[in-house]
Ligand binder design. Structure first.
Ligand SMILES: Nc1ncnc2c1ncn2[C@@H]1O[C@H](COP(=O)(O)OP(=O)(O)OP(=O)(O)O)[C@@H](O)[C@H]1O
Length: 900
């Protein structure tokens, strides 16, 4: 048991509560180590400072309070000089990465202040320096990053309604920038990227503050969603001309024209601000970034945050899990690079038909050539994360295991090239050639590094024999000394006649002669006692001590030499980082396409024909996730036909090109409901007189749980997958390229912004009506259900009418308002479809078949019965329904219309 030490005079006068804030204290009242701690902390007031003390990284004062709370560690205290006790908590030095990762995931920045000299030889206070600054967006360490996810650092520059955005993943080197003129777009872009940290320029004095997700500040512009980490940066680092200069210097170019951002001042400003931050945080390492790429948001299919969420691309809506998401069903990649690329592709689907076809051609070749696909997947499995490994080499943070993994992967490249020699498709052809220097480098690394090196770089055992004569010579001398120690044991056993005598070693006491206590009286006179244990006495002799000193020095020199050879190799790899990353991009793409081909074969997907028209023509489509989640053969396929190119659109195009066209082509048609139902509204819109081959808008009705939402999402997912380049779950498909996909599916209260379910629904609907075009695909599920029935029906009617006539977006509108079926008789580009059920006397059977025509019942009460509502409630609901059906005006109207 540890006996508490008697307090010194200073301690007994000190306040009982330990000091938990070092900002206001007199530093001169601190002992030297704490004084140094406070000085370092003053330079990094917004980060948690982990300060190396022996075998621990300690935190003190306010940081100790935070760290103990966040990591659930015991908060203790320690005497800190005249000031008295200081709050303290710490983590073992070998586990710092694990604890730091937890802190960073919680949105903190961490500064590591390590010992930079050997404590054993230090004169006075051990020298310590800041060796790393870790923030959520600037991580490079393998253990801190998720292999299948990019870790983006973003920077924004906002000027009134205009904005610039730059983002980089410093672990993979991607660096991109864009500019726009609508702040809502910036919000959506941030939501798409899900950055780990966003830099915001500010004039406020509190530069450096890191706001954790959910924390608010007047300095964070309102358009930036609160769920991210924001770091305030000085405005000066975002100054456009300085930013421009910084980019020019970094990439050694004359102008930014080649990057496509010479005329995008806000994009340049954000990119410059981002670069400066990387330089500030990565003090010792020069992070290799790829050249800046500029993009426009409109270069890709636009999916807003709600749509990505509703289509459950990366996680499910219900519980936010990966299992059950689209990527769960489709990710058959075998490398971390491929898995990240797949995610990126889904967040930026293509508009360019040629680009889509290039991906399709590759998948097709891999589908047709199954042995190639199989061999390729086998080979890719042996390739490590070249993208991140080369980044770590370039920034000087790679360890020897990283370089061995790099070497093994680079040595697979010739095999990869041989495998694809005969291939025709674009993505495989790029693998046919790779720079020969990479293979040579792979050979060199394999020849020089041992097969399984340790993680630490300063403990030797990194370099193979025969690489450096100097190294070999030192190893030989060290070996001799170690042999001397072994012989010394044998000799001493013989000399003393103690057969159990042993020569041992530990880090604290060095070499010693161990003798059991029973034989202690037999030790020779020249043995000097070193340590007494329960059953053992430990001794040394002057000659053993001398040998120990020699061994220590030899080891130190040897390790240093190995380290130097290693860092030379690492620098050489770093110089090839760009070339390695080019290869890794090609490998990642091939991996994604191989995975798509694999899914296509095993799930029976087809190659969709991508056309320039507006049609969405799917024969026997399936929902890729639902079909995987239910027993094979149980999913009922359904077809979809919407959005043919009507002649009116052609004449509109001609008008746009300057040809004649008159309003005469338009007429008010079918403005009365076809039935004589005066309860239903007429339309105020005009439609082209020409006949539509396919409807633009489908009203989809059907009972609860019949499969409406599933069908709706299935169409969205098929379109999305097709624009990513994947094959799709259908018998066949002919799809026009969409500019945007919108979904409005089952809203939930947005408690964070204080919006009700209905307001969320209306906001989302307004967004769709304000941005959709005839090229968009709009999927609406139960619009208007969050308010009173008649308000809801009226809104649903007006929204459907507006989409079909004013916007003419391809739309599927699932609803329980059967009254909307009337629209089809008023508007020629609207059609009714229903999901069918079979009605038996005592129950209904879900057929999940989508067929022409409108449903007239929702069987909601039946759904309630199946869900287990008490029979008395079901009975009462039936009575109420009968009453409503008899007396509701709309119901009366509908009855009249069917009778007439
Ligand atoms: N085509 C299909 N084949 C087989 N099962 C299906 C099909 N479509 C849907 N299902 C199953 O039916 C369930 C209910 O489907 P869904 O949620 O789409 O119904 P819904 O009509 O939207 O219901 P509600 O109107 O109550 O929201 C799904 O979870 C799925 O398991």
């Amino acid at each position: 048991m540890k006996v508490p030490s008697t307090p010194t005079a200073a301690e007994s006068q000190a306040p009982i509560q330990p000091c938990t804030d070092c900002r206001q204290i007199d530093k001169n009242k601190l002992s030297p180590m704490y004084k140094h701690y406070v000085e370092v902390k003053e330079k990094h007031p917004h980060s948690l400072l982990l300060y190396r003390c022996g075998d621990f990284f300690e935190t003190f004062f306010q940081d100790a309070v935070i760290v103990s709370r966040e990591l659930e560690l015991v908060l203790t205290s320690k005497h800190g000089g005249e000031i008295g006790r200081v709050a303290m908590t710490g983590v073992p030095h070998h586990a710092w990465e694990r604890y730091t990762t937890q802190l960073i995931e919680k949105g903190y920045a961490v500064v590591i202040c390590d010992q930079v000299e050997d404590a054993a030889v230090a004169q006075g206070l051990v020298k310590r320096e800041v060796t790393r600054i870790l923030t959520p967006g600037t991580l490079l360490q393998d253990g801190m990053l998720k292999a299948s996810r990019n870790n983006y650092l973003a920077a924004v520059a906002i000027a009134k309604n205009h904005w610039g955005l730059a983002y980089a993943d410093i672990s993979t080197g991607e660096f991109l920038a864009t500019q726009g003129s609508n702040l809502e777009q910036l919000t959506q872009e941030i939501l798409r990227l899900q950055p780990s940290e966003v830099l915001v320029p500010t004039k406020a004095p509190d530069v450096g503050t890191l706001f954790r997700p959910g924390e608010t500040s007047e300095h964070i512009p309102e358009c930036l969603p609160p769920s991210f980490c924001y770091c305030l940066r000085s405005q000066s680092s975002f100054n456009t001309s300085e930013a421009r200069q910084k980019l020019i210097q970094k990439f050694k170019v004359r102008s930014l024209e080649g990057f496509g951002c010479e005329d995008l001042p806000l994009a340049v400003s954000a990119a410059g601000g981002l670069l400066e931050y990387i330089e500030d945080t990565q003090k010792e390492s020069d992070v290799p970034l790829q050249q800046l790429r500029t993009y426009a948001i409109t270069d890709y299919l636009i999916l807003d945050h709600q749509t990505r969420r509703n289509l459950e691309i990366t996680q499910t809506v219900r519980d936010g899990t990966f299992i059950g998401s689209l990527l769960w069903a489709l990710d058959k990649t075998t490398t971390a690079m491929g898995s990240r690329a797949l995610k990126r592709w889904f967040l930026q689907p293509l508009l360019d038909i040629k680009g889509i076809r290039a991906r399709q051609d590759t998948i097709q070749e891999l589908v047709e050539n199954s042995s190639l696909r199989h061999d390729l997947r086998q080979l890719l499995r042996q390739i490590y994360d070249l993208e991140r490994l080369s980044g770590r080499a370039g920034s000087g943070t790679a360890n020897a295991r990283d370089l061995v993994a790099l070497a093994e992967s680079m040595l697979r490249l010739p095999e990869l090239a041989r495998l694809v020699t005969e291939t025709r498709s674009p993505y495989l052809r790029t693998l046919q050639k790779f720079p020969s220097e990479l293979e040579q480098l792979g050979h060199k690394l394999r020849a020089q590094l041992v097969e399984s090196p340790p993680i630490h770089l300063t403990e030797g055992n990194l370099i193979r024999p025969g690489i450096s004569s100097q190294l070999d010579e030192r190893r030989r001398l060290l070996e001799e000394d170690l042999q001397w120690v072994a012989n010394f044991e044998i000799d001493e056993k013989a000399r003393t006649g103690i057969p159990t005598l042993k020569v041992g070693h530990n880090d604290t006491f060095g070499y010693y002669i161990s003798i059991s206590r029973a034989k202690a009286d037999q030790v020779p006179a020249n043995y000097i006692r070193k340590q007494t244990l329960k059953n053992e006495e430990r001794y040394y002799t002057p000659e053993l001590k001398e040998r120990e000193a020699r061994i220590l020095t030899a080891e130190k020199d040897l390790y240093q030499l190995e380290y130097d050879i290693f860092t030379e190799l690492r620098t050489e790899v770093g110089e090839q980082a760009d070339a390695i990353r080019n290869v890794s991009r090609a490998i990642a793409a091939a991996d994604v396409l191989c995975g798509f081909a694999e899914v296509a074969v095993y799930q029976g997907y087809c190659r969709p024909e991508i056309v320039s028209g507006r049609e969405i023509h799917i024969i026997d489509g399936r929902h890729p996730v639902v079909e995987k989640s239910i027993p094979a053969g149980f999913f009922v396929p359904n077809s979809t036909e919407i959005g043919s190119r009507e002649q009116g659109a052609e004449s509109r195009d001609k008008r746009a090109e300057g040809a004649e066209g008159t309003e005469g082509e338009r007429a008010t048609v079918n403005r009365q409901p076809s039935t004589v139902n005066q309860q239903l509204p007429t339309t105020n819109y005009q439609l082209p007189t020409t006949n539509y081959q396919l409807p633009d808008l489908i009203i989809l009705t059907g009972p609860n749980a019949s499969g409406k939402s599933c069908y709706l999402r299935q169409v969205g997912l098929i379109q999305l997958m097709a624009q990513v380049g994947s094959f799709v779950p259908a018998k066949s498909a002919k799809l026009g390229v969409c500019d945007r996909i919108f979904t409005r599916v089952g809203a939930v209260d947005d408690l964070a912004t204080g919006q009700s379910t209905f307001m969320v629904e209306m906001n989302e609907t307004a967004n769709i009506l304000n941005h959709a075009s005839p090229r968009s695909l709009v999927l609406l599920d139960e619009i208007g259900r969050g308010t009173a029935t008649f308000d809801g029906l009226s809104i649903a009617w007006a929204v459907a009418e507006y989409l079909a006539t004013e916007i003419r977006a391809r739309t599927i509108f699932a609803t329980h308002y059967h009254e909307l079926n009337e629209l089809a008789s008023i508007l020629s580009n609207v059609a009714n479809y229903q999901v069918t059920v079979k009605e038996l006397p005592d129950r209904i059977i879900f057929l999940h078949q989508v067929q022409p025509g409108g449903a007239d019942k929702s069987y909601g009460i039946e759904a309630g019965r199946l869900a287990g509502l008490p029979p008395v409630v079901i009975q009462r609901a039936k009575q109420v329904m009968t009453q409503i059906e008899q007396h509701s005006k709309i119901a009366i109207g509908l009855r009249k219309s069917t009778q007439s």
